[in-house]
Design a protein. Sequence first.
Length: 506
Amino acid sequence: MSNNPTKTKAWAELSQHKKEIENQRINDYFRDDSNRFNALSFSISGLLYDVSKTHLTPKTISLLGNLAREQNLEDKRHKLFNKNILNKTENRSVLHTNLRDESQNLDQLENISNAIRAGKYVGATGKPIKNIVHIGLGGSSLGPELLHQACQKNKIDSLNFYFVTNVDGSELSYIFETCDPETTLFIIVSKSFTTQDTFANAHTARSWLEKHYQDKNFINDHFIDDTAKPEKALEFGISSDNTLIFDEGVGGRFSLWSAVGLTTCIAFGIDKFKDLLRGAHAMDVHFANEEFDKNIPVLMGLIDIWHRNFWNYEAKAILPYAQELKALPAYLQQLEMESNGKSTDLDGNAISYQTSPVIFGDVGTTAQHSFFQLLHQGINIIPCEFIGIKKPTHNLNDHHDKLQNNLLAQSQALLQGRDANEPHRKFEGNRPSSTIVLNEVDAYHLGMLIALYEHKVFVQSIIWNINPFDQFGVELGKEMANKMGENDLSQTDPSTQALFSILKDK
Ligand code: F6P
């Protein structure tokens, strides 16, 4: 049996339906149906998702639901929550949702983070740790960085936090200039403990401390690691007491709920981390149980499919109107594009339909003054996802009002456009946008929001019949970089060889 979505009955019906409604202006739907907002906005406690400003009708939702059923989403959703081997290409169960159902043992995270927060965790000369340096990248950093920025206001004052993600030495050299080695703790976060960039940064940090301490044994006073490969951490010199292990079944980009959350626990306390897990669990319960036509992650995934595969929109903009969520677009770029940026299906066939769009974005209002011109008048139509916050984290209410007004004005302008005699000033409008309203930016609601996106990415992968949990596409470049590190250019092309000589000629 083929799992190709384009061969389903629902796909054919959706293609036909698209032809029937493609010339409708979204705005006219509002004129014809005063209940449109109510019919096309969906909520659970703390979060609302409005899709009334897109090209869809209740019929579209019903046909998309049929597509999900034909692609066995119900069965796959059940498997996701029941430790089945969904990551077939790597023969692994998928376990990130289990981390938030209160079965995760948080004792180690709690003990270490409490000790550091209380000033009781000391370096090799007995001085309390003051500087936390999180070394990791991709899934081993984007989630913790997102949470760190989003919850800034609740950060413990007595500690300084640094994130080192890039192999570019500028981040580490700044830390070496700024921090006292005797009060600095490096947290090495790497699921595989083999990522070249992270490894290079960890080694350089160790050499910095070696130089400072000379013959003194310091590693276990200044290094902790979060990994799925404890044996590799041991080879590096970090003892098992200082190693927080998470399961192979927790994918890197789904790992912020695991031991990878240590930096989050240190910065905000274990209780906030538990709030984060609770928020994600609330979304899990909703996703696992709700009917498709009221299920927000299902609807969000299906509407993105509608846009990508039936309207051929190539990109999607993520536009949080909250400075605290500045890191969200980067987080979602990895989550969506590393998961669903694939062209081979689960059965090994080349894919003939579109998969992940390009994801980009930035916070409003800042983004309005950079790329919004293209969103309003560019040749390509790009669906926009606005994220608005009801309650601000500050008491400058006037600013929050202005921020919200801007969000509403932008989605309205995309919808309505503007007629004008002068062609350059004319906006076609009729550009789709969805809006998520989050009650507030706190750990609980962040947990909900991130889990929402995780599940919507999963839904899309099921429709597209791809494995969202592997990432073979990033491996080739890693292997080639390793070869170049050994000056092995034997397999390279003339352009690369010439550029190699130019770049290395300092
Ligand atoms: O470069 C891709 C990737 O493998 C991501 O999937 C992952 O999140 C990141 O690298 C870091 O990997 P690790 O945690 O194993 O160091």
